[in-house]
Design a protein around this ligand. Sequence first.
Ligand code: C2E
Ligand code: MG
Ligand code: MG
Length: 758
Amino acid sequence: MSSSGGFAKDLASAARLRERAEALLLGGLGQATGENPVLVAESVLHELQVHQIELEMQNEELRSSQLALEASRSRYFDLYDLAPVGYCSLGEAGMIEQINLALASLLGMPRAHLLRHRLSAHICPDDQDIFYRHRLLLQRSGEPQSFELRLREPGGGLRWVQMQANAALGEGGEALMLLAVMDIEDRKRSEQANALAAKVFTHAREGIMITSPDGTILTVNEAFSRITGYEAREVIGRNPRLLSSGRQSASIYRAMFAELRDFGHAQLDVWNRRKSGELFESMQTIIAVPNTVGHTVNYVSLFSDVTVQRAQEAKLRHLAHFDALTHLPNRLLMADRLQQAMSQAQRSGLKLAVVYLDLDGFKAINDHHGHEIGDQMLIAVADHMKKSLREGDTLGRLGGDEFVAVLVDLADESSSQPMLNRLLAAAAQPLRVAGCNLQVSGSLGVTFYPQGVEIDADQLLRQADQAMYQAKLAGKNRYHVFDAEQDRHARGHHESLQRIRQALHKEEFLLYFQPKVDMVAGRVLGAEALIRWQHPERGLLAPATFLPVIEDHPLAIELGEWVIDTALRHQEAWLQQGLVLPVSVNIGARQLLQADFVARLRQLLAKHPAADPAGLELEVLETSALNDMVHVVQLMNECKALGVGFALDDFGTGYSSLTYLKRLPVVQLKIDQSFVRDMLDNPVDIAILKSVIGMAQAFGCTVIAEGVETAEHGVLLIALGCTLAQGFGIARPMPAEQLPAWVQQWRPDAKWAESSGD
Ligand code: C2E
Ligand code: MG
Ligand code: MG
């Protein structure tokens, strides 16, 4: 204001100067004062000049203060527009009179589109009421109003704002509403998040407890109270130890704190105690909440009551591991226990026994008395057997009437004997179930661990199973100890099954032929084909070393067909050399009883048209012919129709009943070599030979003796009426190529002609 004050003073002094100058001009001044008018005029002029300079200076000041004013005005508009707060003034009708850029951008529109438009158009319809109410209040009271509502964004979204409304008068004196609008979207969001967190805290199904770093309980939620039975006010300020069940060792808590320290959170399952004293199993997660510099300011503990759940789980575990009927460990758990016992045995250096137990005669009880009684019986037997074992031993049920026992800590194999006998006795204990007197017995297979070789639990069970089978074969109600040696042998066989198949495809098999002769007529009747295996490593192998392995296997049929085929091929080859010679081929039971045996035979014969079917004889073991008499009789008749005849091999070993024998259309009986070999010293054998020879005559078939090892055998046989023979005393089996030459040179023993002459 100094400049304007100075200005007034200037005006006053200028007026004074004018007065003085006028007086001077009128000449009255000097007279009145007596001064020299020239001097006065000069001084006035001087004053005037000075004043002139001052005025100019003052003008200068005025201009610069005007500039400053303009600058501050524009600064004010910048502030107004760019303030972080939205401003607007609304006219009486709610029209926007003025609006800053901040608010325009909040509304998402250019300022020009907003001026002279209603602000309410941009307010969320649901919140318009709030706006009108406060506008009215402002108009009535003139009191500033503050309220929150949502603005509509052009994109369709809503945005929370806080409005501050003030009343003002416009230039023309009209009422204005000045609005400051603040964006509070972020604050609202975090408020909502907090509200949600609070809701979660309050209504969570998990109990939540927040403590200070020293463990003092600060707050708990409703679930905490529900689970523990403590109200919030009862626990706040106390230590969570009040929940401790006393069941848990200190170490579990130490581990928890270590985990918290290292990872910031920890998990533990503990037994806690409710206010009522009841225990509950709690699954707990504890979180250390750090502040910005990493110091723990709170612990949050979340826990749920899993007592029921855990009980359910335990029940399921039991179901998965225990047999529902007898409650004994099932196969799964037994495998586990066996595994443990094996590790234990390795550590202790003691032995363990695996006992596979199958009840004898249980099926009959089930069939006869029904499953219900069968089940009761199983429960009772299982119970007796379990009680017969020692503390550390385990009895499990594998299913049906099969059990397994693991006997541990045996100093040696024989120390298992008392237990095995007790198990047998327990299994065979007479029982009274539902009014019935019942009794079964047990067949036990036993194997021991460790063995000389590495072996796993599965293999042990298999060994015990095999041994149990032996116990059954040996007459049941007994135990049989697995014989590793025997097993290795059997496994050797198993391996050679593959090897035999391979040998067949690699053509390692060949046929030897052994002549059959009439000792008296001095005639070669035919030759028996006997299979050999020319093994690349083991040399020439006899049929006993490989035929039993494939006896029950389809490979036996394949090999059998190979034999017929090959025998016929040799027969054709001999024919070419002018030798007509019948061949005998041994037929295994499996091949013989094969459904399409006759059809296959017909095909094989057709393959060798030069060979005469009547020149083929099939040797069938007496034992295999008896298995399915009806079928075999029919089959033999069909072969007979083809011209193919049969011989009953190893006759005398199969206890054939005469009635059956009578029905078999065989042409020849081959007396088993066992009778022939020993007949020289054994009168019983001679009696048998006599009766066999008599029987053959009665049936109208020929009889031939096998195993004629010496000429003496021949002599006696001829004396008994059997002139046909086969054996080392005549010829050993030989390769097919050698046979024609042998036939050429063979002459019967001189003694035979003599004995026949008698
Ligand atoms: P098998 O049919 O009773 O054959 C006679 C067996 O007695 C032959 O043994 C033969 O070499 C032997 N042998 C012959 N004469 C004498 C003798 O004087 N003394 C003694 N100690 N043994 C004599 P091989 O060749 O070892 O055959 C054994 C058995 O194998 C045969 O008994 C037969 O049942 C079976 N077999 C042989 N080849 C075949 C075949 O191709 N298929 C079938 N399914 N079985 C065959
Ligand atoms: Mg034979
Ligand atoms: Mg024989």
